[in-house]
Design a protein around this ligand. Structure first.
Ligand code: NAD
Length: 367
């Protein structure tokens, strides 16, 4: 085992090597091309092996940060850009403590920023069947309980928490043409999934630590984030990836299945704009939960037609009745983000879908 700490050993290579590991950490790698922390800002990204987390790591590296990632797994589709990466289970308190332990010149310091993306989650096929409810609540709940407490003890300067539009009450999302997802509509609470309830609980948890322990927290409610390097098969994939995959694997003249009657509406935000919105939120002084999503609402059958049009194939849609559909309508309301932070995503859905389609096509080809 290599005993060197990565932040004291800038040796210029590009390959990863094993870093110091404790008894609880399963594996740990450092990036040989990293430079020492020096006076760089530091960030800890939880869920750095996942879709949004791995993109956030890349952005933070571009901005000149020293970054540590932690996850149950490495990113699936490209090598992590993190300077230090821990494979560990964040439901274990000792792992959370270890992840937040940062030494510069042997002095213990708190991370400048922590991004909490780790969650037991997936698309509709994972969170709406009911089969994963206890895991979703227990695992994600435990992670956030540990993180909120340790952040204050380890003196993390600022934390970002990724909540979800799934915390909005079902009763405001019954009309597919006029869903209400304004931030102030969250209460009286009635999310349509345990996943949404856990997100709501954890929002409140972080706000309680803000009130009682001065935790410096930013909270975003993500609305369907998509793009390259997101899960595209296996049961945890979201609608955009599933739609692209089905169309790519379908022969010309054949039919794809689309869940529900296809009239249910959603909006989808491209990953680069999501990362930009998180970045800007963290640099703002706005501390209430705020939507991060697109306002370009689309009916699911029209969304399927978009994927079919991108493929250039002649494909029919068959709507199938399944239980795991979710609310009738959902769209991001960006008024609060726009008014408070002075920016909003604007890229057309079609542009992001074309990029995602091409990426999934290459994945299918190489599978
Ligand atoms: P993802 O599943 O790709 O990433 C989550 C990561 O957390 C995974 O890599 C997973 O291995 C890791 N993780 C889970 N349990 C862990 C544990 N016990 N210890 C360590 N790591 C663990 O999901 P994503 O799409 O990147 O989403 C990131 C965050 O944003 C999640 O909290 C999710 O709930 C939230 N969110 C995402 C969307 C979306 O559309 N992608 C929408 C709303 C909210």
């Amino acid at each position: 085992m290599n005993k060197k700490y990565i932040y004291t050993t800038p040796d210029g290579g590009t390959t990863m090597y094993r870093n110091e590991i404790s008894s609880n950490t399963k594996e740990r790698i450092g990036n040989k091309s990293s430079e020492p922390i020096g006076d760089k800002k530091t960030a800890l990204v939880m869920g750095a092996g996942g879709f949004i987390g791995s993109h956030m790591v890349k952005r933070l590296k571009k901005e000149g940060y020293w970054v540590r990632g932690i996850d149950l797994k490495y990113p699936e589709f490209s090598k992590t850009a993190a300077d230090d990466f821990i494979i560990g289970d964040l439901t274990d308190l000792s792992i959370v403590e270890e992840a937040m332990m940062l030494k510069i010149d042997w002095l213990e310091v708190g991370f400048d920023e922590l991004y909490q993306f780790a969650a037991d989650m997936g698309g509709a096929g994972y969170i709406f069947t009911g089969e994963n409810d206890s895991n979703v609540m227990h695992n994600s709940g435990l992670i956030n309980l540990h993180v909120a407490k340790c952040c204050t003890e380890r003196k993390v300067n600022q934390i970002f928490y990724s909540s979800s539009a799934c915390m909005y009450p079902e009763y405001n999302q019954k009309d597919p043409d006029n869903p209400n997802c304004e931030e102030s509509s969250a209460y009286p609470a009635n999310p349509d999934s345990e996943y949404g309830w856990e997100k709501l609980f954890s929002e409140r948890l972080y706000k309680a630590f803000e009130r009682n322990h001065n935790l410096n927290v930013r909270i975003a409610r993500f609305h369907n984030i998509f793009g390259p390097e997101g899960t595209w098969n296996g049961g945890r994939e979201k609608a955009p990836a599933a739609m692209c995959r089905k169309v790519i694997q379908c022969a010309d003249g054949d039919t794809i299945e689309v869940w529900g009657d296809g009239k249910q509406t959603r909006s989808f935000l491209y990953i680069d704009e999501c990362v930009e919105a998180v970045w800007r939120l963290m640099r703002s002084d706005f501390t209430e939960p705020v939507n991060i999503g697109s306002e370009e609402m689309i009916a699911i059958n029209d969304f399927a037609k978009m994927a079919i049009d991108i493929s250039g194939k002649n494909i029919e849609i068959e709507n199938v009745d399944v239980p795991q559909i979710g609310v009738r309508g959902r769209n991001s309301d960006n008024t609060l983000y726009r008014d408070s932070i002075g920016w909003a995503p604007s890229q057309k859905l079609r542009v992001g879908m074309e990029q995602t389609y091409d990426w999934i096509k290459s994945q299918v080809k190489n599978a």
